[in-house]
Design a protein around this ligand. Sequence first.
Ligand SMILES: [Zn+2]
Length: 529
Amino acid sequence: MIPHVALGKLLTILSKDHPTLPKDPRTLLKTVTCVKTTELSGGVYHHSGIESGILSQFLVSPELQKLTSVSMQVNVDGLPLFKSSNAQFWPVLGLIEQYVCNVQQNKLPFVIGLYYGKKKPSSLHFLNPFVEEAQRLEAEGVLFERRALPFKISTFICDAPARALVRNVKGHSGYYGCDKCVQKGVHYENRMTFPQTDSAPRLDHAVRDELSDDSHQCGETPLALLSVGLVTQFPLDYMHLVCLGVTRKLLHLWLKGRRLTRFSPSMVKEISRVLLTFTPHVPCEFNRKQRSMEDVERWKATEFRQFLLYTGPVSLKGLVPTQVYNNFMLLSVGITILLNVSLCADLADYAHRILVLFVDHCSKLYGKEHVTYNMHGLVHLSQDAKKYGVLDNISCFPFENFLGCLKKLLRKPAQPLEQVVRRLSERSQHRRTNISKTRSLREHNHGPLLNGLSVKKQYEECYFQDFVVKRSEGDNCVLLENKDIVVIQNVVVDEMDNTLLIYKRFLFPLSQNQVSPQKFRLHFTEPRV
Ligand SMILES: [Zn+2]
């Protein structure tokens, strides 16, 4: 989005030939002029609204207008704004759940309300406007084109500190800090550990009957007024728990942990070398290319995910002690199952067993002081996957991406709440482009082509709704539905305007281990659109 100053200058130039255009950028962008705020919880709060947010999503993505009911995920999290102060936003975000089962890039959260304060909210009162509107919608539905669409909140997706804050329960370092089971933690080596893997589950109604439970509940929460289970509808988020939690912890233990399981500098160097050899082969769907193990302090959540699921099992094999490798593979396989649509439903119980084994084994391998909140949380993950499907359905990834964008809307330190609300009001006017059609980009004329095929144009890249194929390394290797593994050679459009991919196919299945590139054969096919 270009700054208002630049847009103003552009409008002045254009006004000579287009006198009907407004001169003020705010008129063109339909910027809200008055931002209504209320003083709450020691800061100021603006309520954009659940219903208006849902309706603006309907406008932005017209396919949502076919919905007969609306199920919504909610995220609440703190967002520090400046390095020089403690000033922070606490946005309340919504995400229409029907998006969630769609492709990653289509998951578009919206702002329900925005709290701004010089420090963390002093109470949960800032949630009251959200709760009041959600209660009304639960009773009356969302009004769209004279129809009342039934409305419900499916889940609250938050990191551990925010989950504890909004439910007003003990944090992860408390004796009764586990969200999901009733075990009393054990204070060991200056940290709270949760050694039991089969403790009785915490129940929704027990948490709702405030203070009658154990010492888990600290006080009242306005969320108890909603039709939401305060345990079962607050699933654990694997982005924080597994990627930034357990996987990062393992890497720290290998780099700085006790001598028995610490990797030598030469091992670290060799693993990093292997990791970096993968870089050219990483498809563009991954936001980041793999960085060296020595850069682990700067790794983002997606890099830990990539290491756990893809590059770690290969780069560690044969280089690290067998016990360490096998232990890591328990985590890698368990999480792979819970993230895979075709495996999760049938193998969630198996994933549970190997994750429990991983936690027990970690306790012996690295020390029981490491079975803290995140590590222990692994024993509850498959329960959430059984209820909500693959872990990507209930992850913080789309919300975290959105929070990053929200922060970028701030241009100056003055009146941050008003600034962001104004920028958001401008964005709500934008319609999304329908990207469901296949698009080919970057024309060329280098071939290869096939005899007898009449070709109009050749391209380097082809964009499908949820993936991209290219002629270049990293995005040119494709597993077809018939299990053939092929390497894309060209993207062509024929005389009938059909998009075709010309590829070389491996003649032997990969399981045979030895695949000779000389055994390629040219084929072409029309991609599934
Ligand atoms: Zn537990």
